[in-house]
Design a protein around this ligand. Structure first.
Ligand code: ADP
Ligand code: MG
Length: 686
């Protein structure tokens, strides 16, 4: 057996199963060995009919005492019952809807059955135990891996295949880590890790295997980010001359904050250096990052180059277009919008204008990455809310320039400092740590269902004062997502109830991700112009939307959101001169959940909130379902494996110091794995 062998053709894998396996990304033996268990089932404990404890599943060696009986209770419910015995007693095993088992058990044959034994002596029974013939035991007596599955692929099948591949191929698994590094870090070999991550000899072996695999993954990740950084540090960029900043200030309706001016200075230094700028601008919601993008576009245009600004949603792209367009047009820039909604002739004309250099700033969505988009002289690439874009997407847009363009990344997601190094390891970081003057912190309250009527009264009062309000729900349609029996406020029904029953005299709008972009824009536009009092929405408004007259943010089922996400939502209000409020409605009685929400009423500091989120919610959840722009990790968890992360970073730094491009032959395997992690088939790291 070879690592490159196809899984198809292995016992039990015909065409249909091979296709199902492919859905899991599994085609070869090597891929299967790199497909790690989600959890484990301990099948080491064995017992007898008499001694089996009620609490935990155990393995019993039992003989079939009589032929199994099949009965049909009703359509769709079939039972197979079989009486099994050992020296200490007998029990009845019952299987639901596995009628084929009727022909599997043979009287007088022995089986090892794994499951929970219930009932008093004399009426002992097991429900749906997992059984193997005693003379062909594969899984009993082991710690069994439990894999993420897909339709048509059972865990038994996958575990069986993996066992076969581990036995046949674990010794051939490549070792990408230099042995000196492995020894210094106390890491197991690749072969040991492969064997024990799938079929651990015991808990300790599993721990050793896990640590090795987590380390290696984080090590590849850090190496990749370092290589990206090194690559761009060596690239030649266009050195811009920096015009008088006063000319830019004169375009603006307000004075910039000192934080904004400091970041402008940092950008100016990059843009004029001759090395491509690669800068992350991190700043809390409302800190005025958009003006920095405007500054970049302005400098770029003054130097005869073009700028592309990519936003994660159409809504946001359109908003930037509305706010930056008029501002920069006053300085003579030609500004255009490119979203998926722009089609046909209009799109063709825009493509032609971009290619002819007749547009100075194009603002758009992913549509900017389309094949047809070509620039005459792309000088600056800006991505807004970067965590939604992958490293690869940023690179794809930059690749549309003939010489490496300057890159500016803007993000509001405050990432705990320890993590930002990996996530933005290839970027320099500027922080906009000051809000424009005159902002009062948003007053935040956590309320239960019992306060609903009071909350409605509050909404009415603010609208009476001329303000507008957002009401955010976690789901679009009723029942779309149900959890723990809590009924989620579905945006559609909620908007209907508000309009017909609660606020028949107010103007209620609805916006959610399922609407067409034109519909979305119409509703958002109406809200921005003050033609709607209330805007019910899903989290589509989460990023960047700016309506200064909105003074109230109500979040329903607030416990369903992460703290950082709520902080972002809250950032939609408090953007004007009005005193603003955020009301987090929750029906949870869980004390911890409420405590978590209260963090928001205590602080407005995005970094503190992010760190608290990390501490309270723990591993995995920090980013929600969001992309953070990094490659998909298969075993490591950036938030949970912090200690290993630091070790891996240290080791990567030392190794790259000795061999900065990973060019030495002994590092070829390592470079290959870094490439694989970043899904690089081209020249990302050259
Ligand atoms: P974010 O950093 O969240 O992207 P924006 O750039 O959308 O923030 O800015 C939020 C609001 O603050 C906008 O209405 C913007 O016009 C305004 N703003 C930005 N900078 C200043 C400033 N220096 N003084 C006053 N208002 C500002
Ligand atoms: Mg923004």
């Amino acid at each position: 057996m070879e690592l490159t062998d196809s899984l198809r053709g292995l016992p039990g894998v015909g065409q249909a199963r091979a296709q199902s396996l492919e859905k899991l990304g599994l085609r070869t033996v090597g891929e299967l060995l790199a497909y790690y268990p989600r959890s484990y089932e301990d099948r080491r404990r064995s017992a007898t009919v008499a001694s089996a404890p009620a609490e935990v599943p155990v393995c019993l060696t039992l003989m079939a005492a009589e032929p199994p009986r099949l009965s049909r209770i009703r359509k769709g419910l079939e039972l197979v019952k079989v009486r099994l015995v050992d020296d200490t007693g007998s029990l009845t095993a019952t299987f639901f809807n596995q009628s084929y088992l009727k022909d599997v058990f043979r009287t007088g044959e022995s089986y090892v059955c794994f499951g929970r034994v219930e009932g008093p002596p004399g009426r002992r029974q097991m429900t749906n135990p997992v059984c193997e013939r005693a003379d062909r035991v594969r899984f009993a007596g082991r710690i069994l891996p439990v894999y993420p599955l897909t339709r048509g692929i059972s865990n038994n099948l996958l575990a069986g295949l993996t066992l076969r591949c581990v036995e046949g191929c674990a010794a051939q698994v490549e070792e990408p880590l230099p042995s000196g590094l492995r020894q210094a870090q106390g890491l197991a070999t690749a072969e040991y890790a492969c064997r024990n991550i799938h079929f651990p000899a015991d808990e300790q072996a599993l721990e050793v295997a896990r640590r090795r695999l987590i380390f290696e993954e984080l090590f590849f990740l850090t190496c990749g980010m370092a290589l990206l950084r090194r690559r761009r540090d060596r690239a030649a960029g266009t050195a811009f001359s920096i015009p008088e900043p006063e000319d830019f200030f004169s375009l603006l309706p307000f004075a910039l904050t000192s934080a904004q001016r400091r970041v402008m200075g940092e950008m100016a230094a990059d843009l004029s250096s001759g090395v491509p700028m690669n800068r992350l601008v991190q700043g809390d919601v409302g800190s005025g990052k958009t003006m920095l993008a405007a500054y970049g576009a302005w400098v770029t245009a003054k130097n005869g180059h073009q700028c592309a600004l990519m936003a994660p949603t159409e809504l946001l792209a359109e908003q930037h277009f509305r706010s930056l367009g008029p501002l920069l047009e006053r300085a003579g820039l030609r500004v255009a919008l490119l979203t998926g909604g722009i089609k046909g002739k209009a799109r063709k004309e825009l493509y032609a204008a971009l290619e002819a250099g007749e547009v100075d700033l194009v603002i758009g969505t992913h549509a900017l990455l389309s094949e047809g988009v070509r620039f005459a002289r792309l000088g600056l690439v800006v991505t807004d809310e970067q965590h939604r874009f992958g490293v690869a997407q940023r690179a794809a847009l930059a690749a549309k320039a003939s010489t490496a363009p300057h890159v500016l990344v803007m993000s509001a997601t405050p990432i705990p400092r320890t993590l930002s190094l990996v996530i933005y390891g290839d970027l320099d970081v500027s922080v906009v740590d000051e809000l424009p003057p005159g902002r009062t912190p948003v007053e935040t309250y956590v309320v239960g269902e019992d306060k609903r009527q009071r909350m409605y009264g509050f909404v009415r009062r603010l609208v009476g004062e001329g303000r507008q309000a957002y009401l955010v729900c976690p789901a679009v349609e009723e029942g779309e997502e149900e959890s723990g029996g809590l009924e989620l406020k579905a945006a559609v029904t909620y908007a209907h109830t508000l309009q017909t029953e609660v606020f028949p005299d107010l103007r209620v709008g609805l916006v959610h991700g399922r609407l067409k972009s034109r519909e979305k824009e119409a509703v958002m536009g109406a809200f921005a112009r003050g033609e709607l009092d209330l805007l019910v929405s899903t989290t589509v408004i989460e990023v960047g939307v700016d309506v200064p007259n909105a003074a109230l943010m109500v979040v329903e089922n607030a416990d369903r959101f992460g703290l950082s996400q709520l902080h972002q939502l809250r950032g939609r209000v408090g953007r004007g001169k009005h005193r603003s409020y955020c009301v987090l409605v929750t029906s949870t009685r869980n004390g911890d959940s409420r405590e978590r929400l209260r963090v928001l009423s205590k602080t407005n500091d995005g970094f503190k909130i992010a760190e608290e989120d990390l501490r309270l919610r723990g591993p995995g959840d920090f980013f929600g379902h969001r992309q953070h722009g990094l490659p998909q990790l298969s075993i490591a968890d950036l938030t949970a494996d912090m200690r290993v992360l630091k070790q891996a970073q240290g080791a990567a730094e030392a190794l790259l110091e000795a061999d900065p491009g990973l060019c030495r032959p002994e590092h070829a395997g390592l470079l290959a794995r870094v490439r694989r992690l970043f899904a690089d088939h081209g020249d990302m790291f050259n």
